[in-house]
Design a protein around this ligand. Structure first.
Ligand code: UN1
Length: 508
């Protein structure tokens, strides 16, 4: 779909005033955030840049909406989320297209991202009847103990450009069934998709009589800082780099608020000598080249048994040679652009450093600046042969750079694997049961996600998503991640005629 019909299908037209603090207009203004296509540099649209004042208004709206939303039984809250899921189903095509236009991921991934929103909506609807607490046996006769979960209030969601809509939905739709209201600060690099999502959900919120529960503030770092510092924000969920995540955590922590962090990854795949390369090679290519290496789950390191490392590199080079780089909306493209010029610069300076430190580029390594690529932020998918101690390998660069390191044993692979500051996603390819189990054991991968015979990226929403160490420790999406959006209360009820004290204490 061409941009004008995408915008029309999503209701993003000039005469249609934007959401709270996010007025959409087709012209550029001083106080506007321009959305530029990473593919060809054209201005896709402009959104009014929200100020801290706008943020404060939005959080007041969200807090005002909280009591009525909190009072609605959770399964009824689920019905609103179900209708959001329906709208997303209906608008999957145009919204997926807009993700590709604005973020630059290929269309299959743009549509996949909206599918991820639909999946989490379905999950959240079921969850609305499953916000279980546990009961426990009291040590005192005639007493009952249990735990219950209450909503937190208004929460903040700060999301990144790379999953401009799905990560919002993991947080928002789960938090909504939990009874929270919210303010969303999307990445200013992808403002249109955020406005589009809000345009889609606004009628649903209105129909259900709760227009203020979800709010959008398209702003810069000052807005994020105001959110982090706001004592009236019990939880701030942040997705982004470890560097910014540390700032968010310390600001939120300074006021003893809670942060839910989903930060950088430095994800590796171990390929053992018995691996089925028919599975491993495509998994590595999807993991390293998919989304142009701009997923937090992207495969960045490949630890390959020395006996097969040359074969693996040869096969990867062949596969990389077939990667068509270009317009993310054209059918044959496998890799779109990076998000902006800064990202290309980071790719280039990372490669300069890699070479300085002794890494050998065996494929790719350059920015693409001519012909059909000249107006966009395109780079070549790159493979680097490296020793295990290459310093550059410790850092996450949001670009398609894959390090290949030869290893002699599983123990060595696991040691190198865990020797980075980040701990998000990991995988092993092996046909040996014992090797797989060891990788998954407490002595194996130290990541929040560990897979066998599938790659590091493309997780399903049903599991808890997140990781350890500098990845921040948060868990979002499935499983019992919902608990992060609620407060826990332990209750003890005495239905006896006595007042026995715990621990057998006699008082008086
Ligand atoms: C992210 O990059 O922030 O597992 C999220 C995946 C996707 C989500 C990635 N489902 O690759």
């Amino acid at each position: 779909m061409k941009l004008p019909s995408v915008l029309e299908a999503l209701g993003l037209t000039n005469d249609n005033p934007g959401v709270y603090a996010g007025r959409f207009a087709n012209r550029s203004r001083a106080d506007a955030i321009e959305s530029r296509s990473p593919t060809d540099g054209t201005v896709l649209g402009t959104v009014r840049r929200a100020t801290v004042n706008d943020y404060e208004k939005a959080r007041s709206v969200a807090w005002d909406a909280f009591p009525a939303w909190r009072d609605l039984p959770a399964p009824k809250r689920g019905l609103l989320v179900r209708d959001i899921g329906e709208v997303l189903r209906e608008k999957c095509e145009p919204l997926g297209h807009l993700v590709s236009h604005e973020m630059g991921k290929i269309l299959a991934e743009g549509i996949g991202e909206v599918q991820e929103m639909i999946d989490i909506a379905d999950f959240a609807v079921g969850l609305s009847r499953q916000l279980y607490g546990v009961t426990m046996h009291s040590e005192r006769p005639g007493h009952r103990m249990y735990e219950q979960w209450h909503p937190l209030g208004c929460i903040g969601i700060i999301s990144a450009f790379n999953f401009p809509v799905a990560v919002w939905s993991w947080n928002a739709l789960v938090a909504a069934v939990c009874g929270d209201t919210m303010v969303w600060k999307p990445s200013p690099k992808t403002p249109l998709t955020a406005v589009a999502v809000h345009k889609l959900i606004e009628p649903v919120l209105k129909d259900h009589g709760h227009p203020g529960i979800m709010n959008l503030v398209v702003g810069d770092a000052d807005v994020g800082q105001a959110m982090a510092d706001d004592p009236g924000m019990p939880l701030v969920s942040f997705t982004g780099s470890s560097a910014i995540g540390k700032q968010v955590a310390s600001r939120v922590g300074a006021r003893l608020g809670r942060s839910l962090l989903e930060l950088g990854g430095n994800n590796a795949i171990i390929v053992m000598d018995d691996a089925d390369l028919e599975l491993a090679i495509p998994a590595v290519v999807f993991g390293a080249v998919g989304t142009a290496g701009q997923r937090c789950t992207s495969t960045r390191r490949l630890l390959v048994h020395r006996d097969i490392v040359d074969t693996v590199v040869r096969r990867l080079k062949k596969a990389y040679a077939q990667v068509r780089i270009g317009d993310p909306l054209s059918k044959n493209t496998l890799m779109g652009p990076l998000i902006d010029a800064d990202a290309v610069e980071r790719f280039e300076s990372a490669l300069a450093r890699i070479k300085r430190e002794g890494g050998r580029v065996v494929c790719g390594g350059k920015a693409l600046t001519t012909g059909k690529h000249r107006r966009g932020h395109f780079v070549e998918p790159t493979i680097v042969r490296a020793d295990f101690d290459l310093p550059a390998m410790q850092e996450e660069v949001f670009a398609p750079i894959l390090y290949v390191v030869a290893v002699d044993s599983l123990d060595e692979a696991i040691a190198i694997h865990n020797e980075v500051p980040q701990g998000l996603s990991s995988a092993i390819f092996t046909e040996r049961f014992k090797t797989a189990e060891r990788f998954l054991s407490h002595a194996g991968s130290d990541c929040g996600i560990a897979n066998v015979n599938i790659g590091t990226s493309g997780a399903e929403i049903g599991g808890a998503f997140g990781g350890e160490k500098e990845t921040g420790g948060g868990r979002e999406a499935g499983s019992d991640s919902w608990r992060a959006y609620m407060r826990r209360q332990t209750n003890t009820l005495n239905w006896s005629d006595d007042l026995p004290l715990a621990q057998g204490i006699r008082f008086g």
